[in-house]
Design a protein around this ligand. Structure first.
Ligand SMILES: Cc1cc2nc3c(=O)[nH]c(=O)nc-3n(C[C@H](O)[C@H](O)[C@H](O)COP(=O)(O)O)c2cc1C
Length: 472
């Protein structure tokens, strides 16, 4: 599979094309130092075998925030170095910290904007990025990723909402000026160390930029010296929904949905943006790798994206949070043992509340994905799965018998086909739940369902019998 072919980016060779994009964990304290829980999370990702693991956004400056890693001083380097070493011992993937600058925000609703920054403030931001990038080298990382996406400082410079009247705002070229200065300063400071950038391919807000401008942003940043571009979307303050007494969280509006597309979005919801950017870069003669992310969850889809030339690398954030062993299992030909993300976005909600980011499907209270090498598959009880359906309430309610397993049943996948069509896995529920409400069925169609239980290693029960159902 192309997904498991290596890719060289400057001096780092990724063993495969699976990328874990940055995902804040809220496992650090407010002090910003690496701790045991953070280490466990990333060692687990490393063991899982992804080609590139981008460490969650860490601050290049000392501004107060909730729990967040920091790389704003040399005192953070030893912890980061130890983390890198432990990840190296655990797996073959390359690792790059994502480094971020954010503006001030208060519970009262006030937030600092790029217009408020003086030229000295801008100089300090550029210098802070360069110093943090050098710390990534000192700590033994393979590269560094500059965070220019979502609601944060550099993204706000790129934004069409940047109305500064000086050289740093207004036109696209001027909005690019601070980001380009950051890339230039980082490049100067780190030499030929791999430097990537993550930015929004679409702002997904009223009046925000789209692919027409983001393709030029990508090209300009590559010209300035970045080695890869990772395309995200949305996640802006402009459409965030205020909550009394809480600081504004930039993923609560429509642009937040587009950043972490939930259940109602189609697979690869943002792929067209990355594909358009990649095409433009290639037309300009640039071979910079492009990472596409956003509801890409199956090996078939990932492979198709690579073969169609829509991206060079596949970002999978929530799927790998859900099952860090996704790459290892798929490479071994066992996608059927992957615990599959159902995009319930509980992880996103936890991030919003500054709570430890965990997965809806993990056993309650766990802060890391369960691990097991068990090979004994769970079984249905003697009387069988007993799948039943009731379509009398304007939806289809499914119920089944609990499966049994030597280590414990972990959850159930729900599969559905429309009429005679192919089965698709529509959702998952964590054990001990043994029921599902399909609220997306409509009267007039015949549906077919089956369910499969899985254990902690991802071994599955045989499919329950197929059941036909309709809304009565
Ligand atoms: C809990 C959580 C934290 C995230 N933190 C970051 C982050 O620190 N930096 C970043 O660029 N994106 C962050 N993201 C966005 C993801 O990297 C990714 O782009 C998004 O989840 C869509 O990809 P997916 O469908 O594979 O999950 C975060 C997403 C989630 C769910």
């Amino acid at each position: 599979m192309k997904l498991f072919e290596p890719l060289k980016i400057n001096s780092m060779t990724l063993p495969n094309r699976v990328v874990v994009p940055a995902m804040v964990t809220r496992l650090s304290g407010e002090d910003g130092f690496v701790n045991g829980d953070i280490t466990d999370r990333y060692v687990r990702f490393a063991k899982g075998g992804a080609g590139l693991i981008v460490l969650e956004a860490m601050a290049v400056h000392g501004s107060k925030s909730g729990p967040l890693l920091r790389i704003s001083g040399d005192e953070f380097t030893p912890g980061l170095r130890e983390l890198r070493q432990k990840m190296k011992d655990a797996g073959p993937g390359c690792v790059a910290p994502q480094i971020i600058h954010f503006l001030k925000i208060s519970r009262s609703g006030w937030r600092q904007k790029v217009d408020d920054l003086s030229i000295d403030d801008i100089r300090a931001i550029v210098d802070a990025y360069a110093a943090a990038a050098v710390r990534c080298i000192d700590a033994g990382y393979d590269g560094v990723e500059l965070h220019m996406a979502h609601a944060y400082t550099l993204s706000s410079f790129l934004s069409r909402m940047n109305k500064r009247r000086d050289d740093y705002g207004g036109s696209l070229d001027r909005r690019l000026r601070v980001p380009v200065e950051v890339v230039t300063a980082v490049r100067k400071a780190v030499g030929d160390f791999p430097v990537g950038v993550r930015f929004d391919g679409e702002e997904c807000i009223k009046g925000g930029y789209t692919g027409d401008e983001s393709k030029l942003i990508a090209w300009r940043l590559v010209q300035a010296g970045v080695d890869y571009v990772s395309i995200s979307a949305g996640g802006k303050f402009e459409d965030a929904q205020p909550r009394e007494g809480e600081p504004l969280y930039p993923y609560t509006g429509y642009s937040g949905d587009r950043c972490m597309p939930g259940k109602t979005y189609p697979p690869a919801a943002n792929l067209y943006i990355a594909a358009g950017i990649r095409l433009f870069l290639r037309e300009q003669g640039s071979s910079a790798p492009v990472i596409a992310t956003g509801k890409i969850n199956t090996p078939e889809l990932a492979e198709k994206i690579l073969n169609d030339g829509h991206a060079d690398l596949i970002g999978m954030a929530r799927p790998i949070l859900c099952d860090p062993d996704w790459p290892r299992k798929v490479q071994a030909g066992h996608f059927d043992r992957v615990i599959r993300c159902c995009y319930a976005n509980v992880c996103k909600a936890k991030d919003e509340r500054f709570q430890t980011v965990s997965c809806f499907l993990w056993p309650k209270g766990e802060i890391q994905a369960p691990q097991s090498d068990d090979s004994v598959a769970p079984q249905w009880p003697e009387e069988g799965a007993g799948l039943k359906a009731d379509g009398s309430k304007g939806r289809i309610d499914l119920k089944w018998n609990a499966a049994k397993d030597n280590e414990g049943v972990y959850g159930y996948d729900v599969w559905r086909a429309l009429g005679e069509g192919d089965f698709e896995r529509v959702d998952a529920v964590p054990a001990p739940v043994t029921g599902y409400h399909d609220t997306t069925a409509v009267a007039g169609f015949e549906y077919r369902y089956y369910v499969q239980g899985y254990d902690y290693a991802g071994n599955r029960t045989p499919a329950s019998g197929i059941l036909q159902a309709r809304i009565s």
